[in-house]
Design a protein. Structure first.
Length: 94
């Protein structure tokens, strides 16, 4: 699998950077450019294999700390009504 770099924010949320295999920059130059453009400078990070990441389905609920990996915080997962009828019923109930 491919390698990625995971940055850990103070609130335990994470930012994951995957470099393009077509990039002409070295790996470190690529990460440095991404970090500078996204404001992640000074944050701790880990280099992981992409296969170690949780399912992208709930990526807004990912949390982590350096050296401990990433986990899905179940309290941040929001269930979404799947059909139009369910959405209308939810709105009518308010």
């Amino acid at each position: 699998m491919s390698k990625c770099r995971v940055y850990y924010r103070p609130d335990k949320s994470v930012a994951v950077i995957h470099l393009s295999p077509k990039s002409k920059l070295s790996e470190e130059e690529g990460y440095a450019k991404c970090v500078k453009e996204s404001g992640l400078e000074g944050l701790s990070y880990d280099d992981l294999d992409s296969s170690e990441l949780p399912s992208r389905e709930n990526r807004n609920a990912w949390e982590g700390e350096k050296g401990k990996g990433i986990a899905v915080n179940a309290t941040k997962i929001q269930s979404k009504p799947k059909t139009l009828e369910e959405r209308v019923s939810a709105l009518e109930a308010k």
